[in-house]
Design a protein around this ligand. Structure first.
Ligand code: KIV
Length: 307
């Protein structure tokens, strides 16, 4: 299935070039996150341009307080599940905390794994000028890199919490410089998270690469949300920039409650949910059972196996 906004109506794979062409034509780019097979299938069929297997999975799927505990093994596990469900959307795998910070060699190996073992088309990593050498090395290995600036969740402690970034002129200027540096380094796209709409607008206009916003306003070239937020599946906390398109957590609770009541009141399983034996087979089973019962009940010479 697709819709009138599908980037490749023919059903062919969305590439970096497709995303770039959408920016050039002024068409909005749509991204959402996925962490499992059924969500990936539904997103791919819906005509989404790109799917990010975000390290946000640490919070919305694995129940951690933040994204810091997420490992490469976690990422690969979920990337593989998502890639099995996708034939068309562009796939981006997030590089988790400490998979690219310690050394360029680590970063190269881990970025390579996300493509080679995880089935991703590109990787995303957080940070600006401090990450340029690593980003260049990954790109030189033929791996497309999406940048991520603004509120970078892996630096949550350094940022003293989940706060809107680049609100002062100085901080905004640093962010704009970082965005230009990342484009220069060869990033094919950039995520801007939780920054003022004006700053995101300036960056989107200045950069030739697609700028994908989350909590960064309408002027970005595209938008991304954490799918669990959009679906109302994560009930702990919803950022103010999220629009909830469903309330699936409440729907899950309702369905689970109904199931428990149905089982307790013997309404489930009903006849239509049961496997019925052929009546003739059942009659012959009953005959065999009554013969067995007679043997067991008889006092004389019970068969050895019933001793
Ligand atoms: O991990 C994630 O889901 C992300 C998005 C919020 C952009 O990085």
């Amino acid at each position: 299935m697709s819709n009138k906004y599908t980037a490749t109506p023919s059903g062919s794979k969305v590439s970096i070039q497709t995303l770039h062409s959408k920016k050039v034509r002024g068409e909005a780019i749509t991204f959402l996150t996925a962490y499992d097979f059924p969500t990936a299938v539904a997103l791919d069929r819906s005509g989404i341009d790109g799917i990010l297997v975000g390290d946000s999975l640490g919070m919305v799927v694995l129940g951690y307080e933040n994204t810091l505990p997420v490992t490469m093994q976690d990422m690969l596990h979920h990337c593989r599940a998502v890639s099995r469900g996708v034939s068309r959307a562009h796939l981006v795998g997030d590089m988790p905390f400490m998979s690219y910070q310690a050394s360029t060699a680590d970063a190269l190996r881990n970025a390579g794994s996300l493509l080679q073992k995880g089935g991703m088309d590109a990787v995303k990593l957080e940070g600006g000028r401090d990450r340029v050498n690593v980003i260049k090395a990954i790109i030189a290995a033929g791996i497309p890199v999406m940048g991520h600036l603004g509120l970078t969740p892996q630096s949550v402690h350094q940022l003293s919490g989940w706060k809107v970034q680049a609100k002062s002129p100085e901080a905004a200027r640093t962010l704009i410089e970082d965005a230009l540096i990342l484009e220069d380094a060869g990033c094919y796209a950039l995520v801007l998270e939780s920054i003022p709409v004006e700053v995101a607008g300036l960056i989107s206009k200045r950069l030739g690469i697609p700028v994908i916003g989350i909590g960064a306003g309408i002027e970005c070239d595209g938008q991304i949300l954490v799918t669990h937020d959009l679906l109302g599946l994560f009930d702990r906390f919803t950022p103010s920039f999220v629009k909830k398109y469903a309330n699936l957590f409440a729907e899950m609770e309702r369905a689970f409650g109904e199931y428990i009541t149905d089982v307790n009141e013997r309404r489930f399983p009903a006849a239509e949910h049961a496997n019925i034996m052929d009546p003739q087979a059942f009659r012959s089973l009953m005959r065999e059972i009554s013969v067995l019962d007679e043997i067991i009940d008889s006092d004389e010479n019970p068969p050895a196996r019933y001793h």
